[in-house]
Design a protein around this ligand. Sequence first.
Ligand SMILES: [Zn+2]
Length: 415
Amino acid sequence: MRSTTLWARLLGLANAVVEDVDFDEGEECIVVSVRPRKGAKRRCGHCGKRCAGYDRGEGRRRWRGLDLGSMRTFLEAGSPRVRCPEHGVVIVQVPWARHDAGHTYAFDDTAAWPVTHCSKSAVRELLRVAWRTVGAIVTRVVADAEESTDRFADLSRIGIDEISYKRGHKYLTVVVDHDSGVLLWAHPGRDQKTLEKFFDLLGDERCAEITLVSADAADWIANVVADRCKNAELCLDPFHVVQWATKALDEIRREVWNAARRDGQKAVARELKNARYALWKNPEDLTERQAAKLADIANTNQRLYRAYLLKEQLRQVFALKGAAGIALLERWLQWARRCQIPSFIKLAKSITIHRAGIEAALTHGLSNARVESVNTKLRLLTRIAFGFRSAEALVALAMLDLGGLCPPLPERTPA
Ligand SMILES: [Zn+2]
């Protein structure tokens, strides 16, 4: 093998010719002079179309490549410009790096991989790059992967949710595939306009193939789904419904507690304050003391205990699922409507409004649990992405890690 060919193989260079290899004393790095092969010459940096040459550009450029041994290595080449009929005068495309990138394809792919496997500091130390550079690399790697794969084929059951980041000041809307558990799409914002972007990407034909959508009770989701997915049933996430009941229960607990304090019943007030967890928890998870507390409430405060039983029975509805769950929901509504506890009468009203979505969830056994688990991982990523300083890079990181868009390492076939 000729040594220039060996160098090209070492550096993972296709369609490029190695002209020279040198050591830069000042920068303490290896510099490999390269040029595109004939067929890869004079292409527009944006679209890759063959164009007429324009000028020789401004001197030579360097791209960070994979280290050779322990030494940082750069590719160096001229930067001529071409005139593209569509994009005007642009720097020529190079076969070893993405347009406008300061790193080679092999470096980009090598950097993206540990981002999904190692800590932030490990990635920085290993690659000798700034974290913000990693954000830019992830963004362009994911943009390429999104273009070259059809991730939206055969979608039928999706989950939609939102996640907050930057201490709850900003939001992402996320869409997850129930069948693969993969994050399909994420975008800054949480409103109709944001969600419509996803269905625009999906296209009318594929929107019509969606049969089930799980979500919480947000109107902006329901409206867009009704408008765009004509054949889809919306399933209301059971967890959210049970959460409503927990809130209604806490309202009555506070009410009873305040009344006890007003009447100077100090011991009762203290008991009620401490009973919060006993009332919140699922009965099977109660400690002995909490169970005793609950028994006390059953004896001394029947109104509060009735509210507790209402919450528990609603939870039972979702544990049963199917026809049995739907039948129990009907009995629950009858009970709640005449229970004389305002917060539960109100809850019965909202549940009646959302009944179709709740029954769909019971029939199809679909919850947002899968979406929530993606969100839990995404929440960790928002912390890692903090130094990226752009929502775009955060979304790219999420797609890289949870959307299955991480490229294989150079010279490895994908798993
Ligand atoms: Zn072009």
